[in-house]
Unconditional design. Structure first.
Lengths: 343, 324, 146
């Protein structure tokens, strides 16, 4: 266990950035999002949740898969570059870290996504424990400890110090690289902080959300439920929930024509959109109810069915905060509970 | 609020309306959702308070296709949108029973959170009947207070007024909330140098995540198939690959609603990244007012929109450079 | 013509209506009037056919300036098309100015089929303006510049 004074953090960032790329929460135009660090960046470690999750660091919103260029009369195909530079993502939260695990099970399963795998290989995660969880948080429901992120390096901001603990080999290596700025520290304040956070977590309104009945076996029962028909109605079919979500991993592959060259790229897609998984015969989900159902069935039924019961929701609460119609996964789960009670 | 619920029950009971479109209490103090109520029992969840900012006019497009009349609650500013939709034949006036509800300004939870208030357990003072000027917010980190006006949505600071433009009956009083000039922000940007303007918009738009919330919440954005969803040509770039994409999207989106936008402010309210999208729409409104005469979309259901109209001696496009 | 930066070869897109301006360009050619080859003409049935998206798309794909030419107001082949186009372009150009794009990069000029001289003069002065403004960096897609 090490620590570093808050005022020395910019020196720490500078040191990391000398050898590696560094991504961390940066405030720009009033909002905090993960961005590359530079000297003028307004680092914001106080905001609990960035608007977009940190999944961009491993699965960017858009990336080139390959480029086709015409040189004289020949076509040249140039595959998109895999990440080769080491990088550090600083300031993720426990939920975001779990979100990466969800993505791993998708992209690192056969067939392995080489773009994602390269990023995972070169990325080191320094996650910060939550100090003041908010009412929209429900990570505990998914077995996540907000005070103990399962990352390469776990960090706690306590008073004027940042406590630092390496948990993996990658974490050890990073610790070694910045050792000159760290000083040895006692574990006691961290234990105290953890307890304090756990006590707050117990008070949060969504803590007792029960996911009973949501599992891979419930497919038919949940799929056919009349509850969806009521639930989806306020949905405006925008993609806010999917784009701020740390675990949504659907993407579209598109071509961009730029005169003499064509870029084939992939970009995040949203199951809320009418052209999601559009095929030559049309769309296989042709009503908003079906699209709405897809999102939650994927998170709470299909994904667990294929991944040993692990949900693809981490309870970060971003959808709770950002949905224009105030819909969210919690309301969905609760609606099914109410329905169960009436039966 | 009880008055509203009682009236809704009456109208349901006597068969005037088949359903009610309103807001349903959420599971947090600040997140009521737009909802349909089919019977008196369901109305026990009905809520109308400071957080009911959603403009229900948009939902009336779908509701117009349903059997029977829908009772809808519209705030004064929402009625402009509804009128505009009538003009565009996107809603059926005959299918709607409109109760104009009073409004004392709607609240922006983002502003409350931006003020550092988190862990919210309850909020007092947001009820429509409350005369309270301050919000008392109980959080797990202690009790906080915030002036109601400071927590109001941007659009309420430039409120169009207390008058409902279209309604069958009215319930409740509205409050004057306007305390800023409509075009003040636009003028501030106009006064900037091109470099500053560019930096300002680049900074704001680079936050855009192309989630389409602004488009989908907008009552004027009601095309059956949006040009940005077209799979036929490459306008549907759905990604923020290049900074151009965001500029293209937001300019074209604002252009497509120019002359039809009532300035209801939904785009700015729903933007997850807090981009002041109303600045685009309001620029068009300002230009239209200055060049083609004052025009408020949604004020009536008959007049010709500025972009489907012309006069022989309209300003030439070169005026843009000359106005300075 | 003063060309400060000889390296810079601008790309200029001119939307010309079929009935007046395109014929005006024809007349300029048959009258052996000159205008820079940087101007690429796209013929449209009417100036009213020019969707604001066309203008932005042209900039996206690398244009440094976009000019739209149509019949003089009152002379539209379809009676009123150019009146609508005029309002649209005014608002669009104003918006581009508002977001910080140099307003000299866009222009509307009314050129009749008899105005070969006006066509060549217009193009000459517009190209000169674009040379003075330099490359369009604010409203282009980087992918098109690689």
């Amino acid at each position: 266990m090490f620590k570093i004074a808050k005022e020395n953090l910019s020196a720490l960032f500078q040191l990391i950035a000398e050898k590696q790329e560094l991504y961390l929460p940066v405030k720009a135009a009033g909002q905090t999002n993960f961005a590359a660090w530079d000297k003028d960046a307004q680092v914001d470690l106080d905001t609990l949740k960035t608007v977009k999750s940190a999944k961009d660091a491993f699965f960017p919103q858009s990336e080139n898969l390959y480029n086709v260029t015409k040189k004289e009369k020949k076509m040249h195909i140039e595959p998109g570059a895999l990440k080769e530079q080491d990088f550090v993502v600083f300031g993720m939260r426990a939920c975001d870290v779990k979100g990466v695990e969800v993505l791993d099970r998708v992209f690192l399963a056969d067939p392995i996504d080489s773009f994602y795998a390269a990023r995972r290989e070169h990325g080191t995660i320094v996650a910060m424990a939550c100090h003041e969880p908010e009412e929209t948080c429900f990570c505990k429901v998914f077995g996540i400890d907000a005070a103990q992120p399962a990352s390469d390096v776990a960090a706690w901001m306590i008073g004027e110090d940042l406590y630092w603990k390496a948990l993996t080999e990658k974490g050890e290596a990073l610790t070694e690289a910045v050792k000159e700025l760290l000083t040895d520290a006692d574990e006691a304040p961290v234990e105290e902080e953890k307890e304090a956070v756990h006590a707050i977590v117990e008070k949060l309104p969504y803590m007792n959300l029960s996911l009973e009945g949501w599992n891979g076996d419930a497919l038919k029962e949940k799929f056919d439920s009349p509850v969806w028909e009521e639930l989806y109605k306020p949905c405006l079919a925008c993609g806010t929930c999917t784009f701020v979500c740390p675990t949504c991993q659907c993407y579209d592959i598109k071509d961009y024509t730029a005169g003499e060259s064509v870029f084939r790229y992939r970009c995040w897609d949203s199951c809320m959109y009418s052209d999601f998984t559009m095929m030559a015969h049309g769309n296989n989900r042709n009503s908003q109810m079906q699209r709405f159902r897809q999102r939650f069935m994927h998170k709470l039924v299909y994904y667990p069915a294929n991944n040993d019961g692990m949900y693809s929701c981490v309870g970060c609460g971003r959808c709770v905060e950002k949905c224009p119609s105030a819909l969210n996964i919690v309301k969905v789960v609760k609606a099914f509970q109410d329905q169960g009670g009436e039966k | 609020m009880q008055e509203i619920i009682n009236r809704a029950k009456e109208l349901l009971a006597d068969g005037t309306v088949a359903r009610v479109l309103g807001w349903k209490a959420g599971d947090l103090p600040y997140n009521p959702e737009p909802a349909y109520f089919e019977n008196a029992e369901a109305l026990s969840d009905f809520v109308y308070n400071g957080f009911c900012g959603a403009n229900l006019s948009k939902y009336m497009i779908e509701a117009s296709k349903l059997e029977g009349k829908t009772l809808v609650f519209l705030k004064p500013c929402d009625t402009y949108s509804f009128n505009q939709l009538i003009k565009e034949h996107r809603v059926d006036r005959e299918k709607a029973y409109i109760i104009g509800v009073g409004c004392k300004g709607k609240l922006d939870i983002e502003k409350i959170k931006k003020a550092g208030i988190k862990g919210i357990e309850s909020i007092e003072g947001a009820e429509i009947s409350d005369a309270a000027e301050t919000l008392k917010i109980q959080t797990i980190y202690g009790e906080k207070e915030m002036a109601y006006a400071d927590a109001m949505l941007e659009r309420c600071h430039v409120c169009k007024g207390k008058e409902h433009q279209v309604y069958d009956e009215l319930i409740g009083e509205s409050k004057e909330t306007k305390d800023a000039e409509l075009f003040a922000e636009v003028e501030r940007i106009e006064a900037m140098s091109p470099e500053e303007k560019f930096a300002f918009f680049q900074n704001e738009l680079s936050k855009c995540i192309r989630c389409n919330a602004c488009r989908n919440a907008c009552p004027a954005c009601n095309c059956r198939k949006c040009v940005f969803d077209s799979t036929k040509f490459d306008s549907a770039q759905k990604a923020n690959v290049d900074t151009f994409e965001e500029k293209m999207f937001h300019i074209i989106r604002a252009f497509h609603v120019a002359g039809r936008c009532t300035d209801c402010g939904e785009c700015s309210r729903v933007c997850p990244q807090g981009i002041p999208l109303h600045l685009f729409n309001r620029k068009f409104i300002k230009d239209i007012d200055e060049l083609y005469g004052e025009y408020q979309a949604g004020e009536d259901t008959e007049s010709k929109a500025p972009l489907t109209n012309f006069t022989f001696d309209d300003a030439e496009p070169s005026i843009v450079g000359k106005r300075g | 013509m003063s060309i400060e930066n000889k390296e810079f070869k601008p790309k200029i897109v001119a939307f010309c209506c079929n009935w007046c301006s395109y014929a005006g360009a024809d007349l300029a050619g048959s009258s052996r009037l000159t205008y820079p080859a940087d101007v690429k003409i796209i013929r449209v049935p009417c100036s009213c056919r020019v969707n604001p998206m066309f203008i932005l798309r042209a900039f996206e794909k690398g244009a440094d300036g976009v000019i739209m030419c149509g019949c003089h107001p009152g002379d539209c082949h379809y009676s009123t098309g150019n009146y609508y186009a005029r309002r649209r372009m005014t608002l669009l150009f104003s918006m581009l100015d508002y977001i910080g794009v140099e307003n000299g990069r866009t222009r509307v000029e009314w050129v009749s089929a008899a105005e070969g001289v006006k066509f060549s003069d217009t193009m000459n002065s517009f190209v000169e303006k674009i040379y003075s403004l330099g490359e369009n960096v604010r409203l282009g897609d980087l992918r098109c510049k690689r």
